[in-house]
Design a protein around this ligand. Structure first.
Ligand code: MN
Ligand code: MN
Length: 464
């Protein structure tokens, strides 16, 4: 039952293709550090591959045919791609879905204050983080501020070599006697994650002169007032590019592998499709998974269903029954990262049912916590068909649970799409140090994920 290491089977050509994919991916997560940036990159890739927006298709007047490529963006934070297939939509789609939000630290709406001649930004963290991991490191600021007239200012500071970076300070070890005996969850409190932004008083300013320096920089560089923070989304993320990891360059260290590695693999798989796939193929890149898939850009919102309804309408099948059939008959991989086995924390895993770095894309029949609570738990019939598609396409794959029973748990978007009655199973790339500012994956698992998602989209079909 032990799965082989994928690297053993690679010839020179495979390693070249793997390195090409790794290079493209490193660029994707270096440029895409927020859900907005990843959505924009997804659209960029789609348009370059001949996709048109759903708005263009609707405005175009003509119907939708096999081979047509359509994308739709939800509020700049979620993206859907559809590549129309030969079969009618009501026979179901082959869907791959991932999320493009990652744990981070957001600036509050009223963030700025001055203390001890330093100007700070107050923050509220997003997603599940070990707060102590985010101090004493270089952070970049990514996001937008929207002015009252609707003008949007894009901000990225801390990525260019010549840019300054910002960060959150930690207490010196010399004075940490009290801090060091605290529980890890209390070492750094949520309200302690205040980011240092400026340290020099503005000349001629009496009251809060360092905060005045910050506000004057904002005004000069971006034309922003302090009040504009009320309608801003500024995210603090680890600064700098994703890099090769390990002396043999077999791995990648970077921010946001969860879940941008699956998002990128999905996008690459969509670009690999034949002009006329058998079934319509769909790629979902959702927002807000890390906080429960809520909100208008999270998977629980109706934008996916609405987009499918619009496409069906363009196919002359606007009646609701076609939508219900299309969704219920679909097959989906909920593509999200899995916990890679970490020998340094072996007791957190049950080794026979753990995912290993380098052994390929991982399938999780179920996730959840305790007695599989909150889990999708895919059907054995569906897994049987997936095994055949994976093996027929020589994909290196493995199965896993998230970790030892009763230790914790997690979820993905799988259970939400399963509500339509479609077949869904979790599949993803194993990650070490998940949710840390810098996470680790194996290049082999990225490469196998692209192969797996391409095979699923191309070859999957309904039960015979
Ligand atoms: Mn995830
Ligand atoms: Mn996560």
């Amino acid at each position: 039952m032990e799965r082989p290491n994928a690297w053993k089977q690679y010839d020179e050509n495979a390693v070249r293709a793997l390195e090409e994919a790794a290079k493209g991916y490193k660029d994707y997560i270096t440029r895409g550090k927020t859900e907005r940036e990843c959505a924009a990159l997804g659209v960029e890739m789609a348009r370059a591959a001949g996709y048109r927006s759903l708005e263009e298709v609707i405005a175009g007047g003509k119907g939708v045919q096999c081979g047509d490529k359509i994308y739709q963006v939800q509020m700049n934070k979620a993206v859907m791609l559809f590549h129309m297939g030969k079969r009618p939509l009501e026979e179901g789609m082959n869907i791959v879905g991932a999320h493009i939000d990652s744990p981070r630290i957001d600036l509050k709406q009223n963030p700025f204050y001055e203390d001890a001649d330093i100007a700070y930004g107050d923050t509220h963290y997003y997603g599940g983080i070990k707060k102590y991991q985010w101090v004493a490191r270089a952070l970049a600021i990514h996001g937008v501020a929207v002015k009252k007239d609707g003008a949007k200012v894009n901000i990225v500071v801390g990525e260019d070599e010549s840019d300054p970076v910002v960060g959150i300070s930690d207490l010196l070890i010399h004075l940490s006697q009290e801090q060091m005996v605290k529980k890890a969850s209390e070492v750094i409190g949520g309200e302690d994650l205040d980011v240092m932004l400026c340290g020099r008083p503005l000349k001629g300013e009496e009251k809060e002169p360092v905060k005045a320096m910050l506000l004057s920089l904002m005004k000069d560089k971006y034309g922003l007032e302090e009040e504009d923070m009320l309608s801003a989304e500024l995210e603090l993320v680890p600064a700098g590019p994703a890099r090769d990891y390990g002396l043999d360059r077999s791995m990648i260290l970077g921010y946001g592998h969860d879940d941008r590695v699956c998002a990128y693999a999905e996008l690459r798989a969509m670009m690999n499709l034949p002009q006329a796939p058998e079934y319509t193929c769909c790629c979902l890149l959702a927002d807000k998974e890390e906080i429960g898939s809520v909100g208008a850009t999270g998977m629980q919102a109706m934008y996916f269903e609405n987009a499918v309804a619009e496409i069906l309408n363009k196919c002359g099948k606007g009646e609701n029954i076609y939508l219900r059939r299309c969704l219920a008959n679909s097959r989906m991989l909920s593509c999200d990262v899995s916990a890679g086995f970490d020998p340094l924390f072996a007791s957190a895993f049950e080794k026979k049912n753990a995912a290993f770095l380098g052994r390929g894309v991982c399938y999780n029949k179920f996730t959840g916590s305790r007695g599989k609570s909150g889990s999708n738990d895919a059907n054995a019939e569906f897994l049987g068909r997936i095994r055949k598609v994976m093996d027929d396409n020589k994909v290196c794959w493995q199965t896993a649970e998230l970790g030892r029973v009763d230790l914790g748990g997690g979820g993905t978007i799988a259970y939400i799409c399963a509500l339509y009655g479609m077949e869904v199973v979790d599949s993803g790339v194993p990650v070490l140090s998940m949710h840390a500012p810098q996470e680790i994956i194996s290049k082999a698992d990225l490469y196998e994920a692209i192969k797996a998602y391409t095979a699923f989209l191309t070859d999957m079909g309904p039960a015979k």
